[in-house]
Design a protein around this ligand. Structure first.
Ligand code: FAD
Length: 313
């Protein structure tokens, strides 16, 4: 039977959604799933995870090198055939180091995994999503990062929890994290994303995007690179090849033309709605629902409609 290790990130003793998806992906492959958690609150976050075992590692300061060395050692100790992490900044920091220590390739930003006759079969976008690659790794250990919102969450469980001592030397440690002002929902974490582009004309008009996002209750504001480069919105909101990759349940693109670099960051969203006054805008080729018209007329009406629908329950 195969064993797969999964990096489970957590905050204040609660596992992150993206990590629960990685755990769900590992469980769906069958075999034994072992969660690995680092730092304070790891034991609390481990208690209800849907994994056979949870390894908690006490790191006084976060170090991707030590995390990777500890995981690589645990892979060897468990004779594991896989290591999965979410495609978060932490996952992207740790997984390549684990792959290097195990001397195997890294499969990054995977959108699907399946158990095939000869091992795990991987699906991942290539060339900013222009191609979808199906890969059949031949390495003894498969190390992969998984795109958010592409995998079902693991159900809760009661793993056997074991505490591990960290190994390796830190080359760099994290000394401080400053919370983003306003505590806004991260565009990469949100179930609904409302993004605005140059069609919003001026930064002052983004209140219309913010109001629609607020009406949903669980939505984040996103932006195209054009408006980020113009200084209208912070880079943290940029969606696309050089911004964040999002895959929410609902993505609403307002006044965004649909350049390939933007699509690369949102094309795996479950439902895509585009609002654009140009009926020939490329975004409509990808959109599930398109509204051709002026964003300044449509946004207030849509916001009212969402509020009314939510009030009705
Ligand atoms: P535009 O292309 O100018 O589109 C504006 C749209 O608004 C038009 O379709 C127009 O019809 C519509 N519009 C105008 N007025 C209204 C109105 N009143 N109501 C409704 N619609 C209206 N872009 C990204 O977004 N993310 C990236 O990460 C990214 N990375 C890049 C990396 C590289 C290497 C390069 C070369 C480019 C990258 N870009 C990225 C830029 C990308 O190519 C586009 O230039 C950018 O996405 C365009 O932004 P936009 O759609 O907001 O603007």
């Amino acid at each position: 039977m195969t064993t797969i290790l999964v990096l489970v990130e957590h905050q204040n003793g609660v596992a992150k959604r993206a990590s629960l998806e990685a755990l769900g992906a590992a469980n769906a492959l069958g075999g034994t799933t072992v969660a690995v958690l680092f730092g304070a609150g790891a034991a609390d976050a481990a208690k209800t995870l849907g994994a056979a075992r949870a390894l908690t590692v006490d790191l006084d300061a976060w170090s991707p090198d030590r995390a990777a060395a500890t995981i690589a050692e645990a892979i060897a100790a468990h004779s594991a055939t896989g290591f999965l992490a979410a495609s978060t900044s932490t996952g992207r920091d740790v997984a390549p180091r684990v792959a290097a220590l195990c001397d195997v390739p890294l499969y990054s930003d995977c959108t699907a995994l399946a158990a095939g006759a000869n091992g795990v079969e991987i699906t991942r976008p290539w060339l900013a999503g222009k191609l979808i690659a199906k890969l059949a790794p031949s390495s003894a250990i498969v190390v992969a990062t998984l795109r958010r919102n592409c995998f079902a969450l693991a159900e809760e469980g009661a793993p056997e929890v074991e505490s591990l001592a960290p190994v390796g030397e830190p080359k760099a440690t994290l000394t401080n994290v400053e919370a983003k002002a306003g505590g806004k929902l991260d565009v990469a974490e949100a179930a609904v994303v409302v993004s605005g582009g140059r069609g919003m004309k001026e930064p002052e008009h983004f209140h219309l995007i913010e109001e629609l996002a607020a009406a949903f209750g669980n939505a984040a504001v996103g932006a195209s690179r054009a408006v980020v480069d113009a200084g209208w919105r912070p880079h943290a909101e940029q969606v696309g090849q050089t911004g964040k990759t999002v895959s929410p349940q609902l993505y609403i693109a307002v006044g965004i033309s649909g350049a390939i670099q933007h699509l690369a960051g949102m094309k795996t969203s479950a439902t895509i709605v585009a609002i654009n006054k140009d009926a020939d805008a490329p975004i409509f080729k990808l959109a599930d629902f398109g509204i051709v018209g002026d964003a300044f007329e449509i946004l207030p009406a849509l916001t009212e409609a969402v509020k009314a629908a939510r009030a009705e329950g």
